[in-house]
Ligand binder design. Structure first.
Ligand SMILES: NC(=O)c1ccc[n+]([C@@H]2O[C@H](COP(=O)([O-])OP(=O)(O)OC[C@H]3O[C@@H](n4cnc5c(N)ncnc54)[C@H](OP(=O)(O)O)[C@@H]3O)[C@@H](O)[C@H]2O)c1
Length: 164
């Protein structure tokens, strides 16, 4: 199954175009927000875009396979042996779409856009702070989805959707 997981706010902001101070900003996140992020991004396998990869080093060992989308897999393959660089996202779709093994699509915006038509489930972590950045991603709000579960936590709520 392909599952899109994202952290956003009430304005559908998902990140900063300036990734330079990402870790400084992340260090300000509350314990509750960090715990919620750890929980919702858990799964068998992960795919992220190459832009998002530098933010993921502590997460890579948690997955069976960790894929990174790039148009130049040969160029990047030797830079990080712990992940699989690929340009062939349809191969991942074919492998996981009808599988019991989960492929978490962990972002960012370009990567979610690519996998959006193939996802069966969406987990949306909505934070009440408005310090998410300047990149908007709201395509998922236009899909026919059914809210199956909603969990409040200190600083936000997490919504679970299935594609209708
Ligand atoms: N809020 C959240 O939950 C969350 C989660 C993750 C990331 N983010 C945020 O998302 C932002 C980054 O998003 P982004 O959209 O700029 O980047 P991204 O999706 O992380 O990565 C984009 C890269 O993916 C590769 N790519 C894109 N389309 C492709 C295709 N059709 N075929 C092959 N490769 C393809 C390209 O790599 P090459 O240039 O190497 O070809 C492209 O530069 C950051 O601000 C990050 O913090 C937020």
């Amino acid at each position: 199954m392909i599952k899109i997981v994202l952290v956003t706010d009430e304005n559908n902001i998902i990140g900063h175009s300036n990734l330079g101070d990402y870790f400084e900003r992340a260090s300000q996140w509350s314990k509750d927000k960090v715990a919620e992020i750890d929980k919702i991004f858990a799964g068998d396998n992960m795919v992220v875009g190459r832009t998002t990869l530098p933010l993921c080093s502590s997460y890579i060992p948690k997955y069976d396979d960790f894929y990174v989308l790039t148009q130049s897999p040969d160029k990047y393959s030797e830079t990080n042996c712990d992940v699989t660089f690929t340009s062939d996202y349809m191969k991942l779709v074919e492998k996981y779409q009808d599988s019991k093994n989960t492929l978490i699509v962990g972002g960012g915006k370009a990567t979610w856009e690519i996998f959006l038509p193939y996802a069966k489930e969406f987990i949306i972590c909505l934070t009440y702070d408005e310090s998410m950045g300047d990149i908007v991603f709201d395509d998922w709000t236009k899909l026919n989805t059914v809210l199956t579960k909603e969990e409040e936590w200190n600083g936000g709520k997490t919504q679970y959707y299935q594609v209708d």
